[in-house]
Design a protein around this ligand. Sequence first.
Ligand code: ADP
Ligand code: MG
Length: 574
Amino acid sequence: MTRMTDDLLPALKRHFGFDRFRPGQEAVVRDALAGRDLLAIMPTGGGKSLCFQLPALLQEGVMVVVSPLIALMQDQVRLLEDNGIAATFLNSTLGGIEAAQRIQALRRGEIRLLYLAPERLLSPGFVDSFLQPLQETVGISAFTIDEAHCVSEWGHDFRPEYRQLSRLREWFPDVPVLAFTATATQRVREDIARQLALRDPALHVASFNRPNLYYAVKPRSGRAFDELLGHIRYNKGSGIVYCLSRKRVDEIASDLQAEGVSALPYHAGLDAETRRENQDRYIRDDVQVMVATVAFGMGINKPDVRWVVHYDLPKTMEGYYQEAGRAGRDGEPASCILYFGMGDIRTAEFLIAQKVHPQTGDPLEDEQRIARQQLRQVLDYADSSECRRAVQLRYFGEPHPGQCGNCDNCLNPRPLQDWTLEARQMLSAVARLAQRRQRYGASTVIDILRGARTEKLVSSGLDSLSVYGIGSARSQEDWRALARSLLQQGLMEETHDGYPVLLLNAASWEVLKGERSVRMAAPAAVPKAAGRGRAARAAAAAGVEPDSEEDALFDALRALRKKIATAHGVPPYV
Ligand code: ADP
Ligand code: MG
């Protein structure tokens, strides 16, 4: 049943009150109406719901929508009902009578959209005694799998039940399957198509550019909290502060409250009741700020979030993009700020090193490698002097010319400086090591340049190298920035020997021979979090703690820091 676009606009207006489609929506709607399987990838807030809701209204039969969260279903059904559209959900929150009434209404063909959790759909007898008969009488126009990345272990929200959804294909070979997600990585996309057994799906990939979002990275200093406070007071509107750990969420929320900010916490450690209440109050604009772990987000339909602050370094670029993307879903200007300090890197590295086999204690090398790679991408973003939008979109494989004019780097370009001398120092350190048939990662090379007296350097005789200590005038952060910049500019390579190691290439030799100069944006002044100053001590004490069971790891980290501090005769700073 194909329809002309001319018919779609009046229907869009009539049912939803919108005058035009958002980018990409119309093509998806048309393919859905043509009865094709499809995979639609559109950013959060891109308007995916409409892409299956409008076809549901223009086709016969009921559209069955699989959705991972009860809150998400209730939200969508309520919004549809507000638009006068007959929609319902069946889930465990319904009493027997209520459920029976809804089932009757479905059987009478009075309902256009039926929302189901996968557990319900796959529960014994549900298909045989309800869905099959429904298909034979009222008809099922299509199965929509919303948040389809839940089917993939490569995604960030894997749900084992989603895996079983491929059985829909066996049970209902003639009913189209429509998959929707905001997850942009190629691997997850392929996984979705395979796991759901999509049949020659029409692939729709909308742009991930969110032009209304302003992106900035700020150095985290000991005064980060005051800055956050200033940000909230200046920006007024609704916002989200993302933290990595439950403990940090609780602390920041109560510190904000103490400053008179209306803020509430949200994390998986709160009971369901409190979570729901806090979420409702936030959505109703009863409170201004939600301080949350990543547990807060999926399915929160609040279009007027004006800003998102990441108070801790996110673990992946994808995660950052999704969380920041909860701002400005209404298309109005909104801002996304990421705080970044050197302590974040150490914390992240520590956590990665803790990924070990629960029984044998052996490092989970694949997991560690992937996590390191993800960390590197986040650091490259945080540290970049390039257009933030260009860096993000490049990560998703989408080209962008840069110069978006709506990020800190575009509005305040950092001046380029000449770093040829330092670049030569770093490259010669790598060259000296190569002469000794040795390869090391950036941290060891930087330790050599700065003349650090670490046990590793001394015991392997690296302190006798001619380059030892030649770069002591520059800070570790400067050297890290240079290493990243050399890698980004292709003036040095990195490979893996179990851990990343630095290598020279032809371009490196041009620099070493003086045939080429090296320029780099002035490194951002990123203060140390783990120094011994008072502010730094406070920041370290607030220590980033990740959500969920990783909390225990931090006790280990504390113990370790204490041990090191005791061994070196300095007071423990945690
Ligand atoms: P997604 O599921 O892709 O994250 P939603 O479907 O929840 O996004 O839509 C996000 C917001 O955009 C909603 O508030 C929705 O009403 C609005 N929206 C969707 N399509 C349009 C449109 N064509 N015109 C205006 N607003 C739209
Ligand atoms: Mg959605």
